[in-house]
Design a protein around this ligand. Structure first.
Ligand code: HEM
Length: 86
């Protein structure tokens, strides 16, 4: 699991995640709001709405570095995205 390949259908694999290749900005609201699994009705990613901008930034940039294309999401983008989260 620490290699990012997830745990069955409970935690999806982060390897080759489409978010980590060109859609980093969409991760801000995914982390803040959480989401129902698209394929399992009983599995929900919880909301982490208590995380501050800097914490979300650290998470996203870590994920991008470990399992993505190493691009960086600037904190200004995270700030803008938070305003739009559901
Ligand atoms: C801060 C901690 C977390 C981060 C940074 C995170 C990150 C992510 C990312 C990057 C994805 C997209 C994967 C992809 O489809 O490409 C994702 C989806 C998902 N995560 Fe999390 N996750 C976190 C915590 C959790 C926890 C605790 C759970 C389960 C209890 C969870 C369950 C899910 C599920 C079910 C999806 C898939 C949604 C779908 O199928 O559409 N996540 N998460």
């Amino acid at each position: 699991m620490d290699d990012g390949n997830g745990l069955g259908q409970i935690y999806p694999s982060l390897q080759k995640s489409v978010y980590l290749y060109g859609k980093l900005d969409e991760l801000t609201c995914l982390i803040r709001t959480g989401r129902q699994s698209s394929h399992l009705s009983t599995v929900v990613m919880p909301s982490f709405s208590n995380l501050r901008e800097a914490e979300i930034s650290n998470l996203i940039n870590y994920l991008s570095h470990e399992w993505g294309d190493q691009s960086i999401l600037p904190i200004t983008s995270i700030r803008e995205q938070i305003e739009t989260c559901p």
